[in-house]
Design a protein around this ligand. Sequence first.
Ligand SMILES: [Zn+2]
Length: 373
Amino acid sequence: MLRGGIPIGRLFGISLRLNYSWFIVFALVTWSLADNYFPAQFPSWSGGTSLIAGIVTSLLFFGSVLAHELMHSLVAKAQGIPVHSITLFIFGGVSQMSEEPKRPKDELRMALAGPLTSLALGVVFWAIFYSVGTGSQFLRAIAYWLGLINIFLAVFNMIPGFPLDGGRVLRSIIWWRTGNLRRATRTASNIGRGVGFLFIFGGVFFIFQGLWLNGLWIILIGWFLENAAVGSYRQVALQDTLQGHTVGEVMTRDCPETPPDLTIERLVNEYILASGRRCFPVTTNGRILGLVTLHNVRAVPRLDWPRKTVEEVMTPLNALKSVSPGDDLSAVLGILTDEDINQVIVVENGAIVGDIGRDNLLSFIKLRGELGV
Ligand SMILES: [Zn+2]
């Protein structure tokens, strides 16, 4: 749910994405402002004025959420944590960072940056509301609502359930007291789940009171929080298992080279089945063109095997990400997740020495789980 999104641009080297839920939120916010809030507050406004006010307010609301999220990311970057992308969803965003903060202090600063931005924006919008004269009713109306929503965002995000900002603040404090990131994450995400369930019960209560729409919204928020809390803990636990182990321990070695004009049929019969290997650099005159793997082969219908060549189905060199045998496994997981790819090549002294994919990581985790180590 958190990963899907449409790219909308880049800011400060961070790619920005919109989760599909945003279009629903945008439509709902615009509609409820234009059809409900503004007409009730300002009966003299025409339908067109209310609609324009609704759209302008929604866009500025979107800008406010973006500013909140961007501040998290900028503080993270200032602390040396690379941020690849920000995905904006219903009432906030998720910054995709391939690393967790290294010190509790860094996490605390990062977590507080967002709510403080929202609070500051809330104060600015309310200052506009109070300072412009009663003559510009349009501006006042927009500024008032935006002030309110930004302060709501600051307060909502400070709920102490991980992965909300308040949960991150809590985690950083427990982490600082215990020195144990995993335990701190578990505690903070359990509280996050608790908060999620409270929202769900609250929503059910509202529904029994006859407040259907409010109830459903609150249930949706609760369900989302509960899910996010579980997911975030899993992510940290996984990182923890992988950390301290290197690519060299689990990578697939000895990738035989193949010529670019080889058909898939021959690749399967003469290379894959004969050698039992899973990755094949495609080379011509000692130059690497790309990599063909079982994953690429599976994507080609059986009937096309005699016609298609490895060059047509390989992942070209410029689309390949590489790591080195000494890299940490948790960094590999970060790359696979961020780039949404299945494998990366392992390069040492400029030569491909193997590859490592999701399946390597999975069997590593599974084996350790079975042995209990
Ligand atoms: Zn935030």
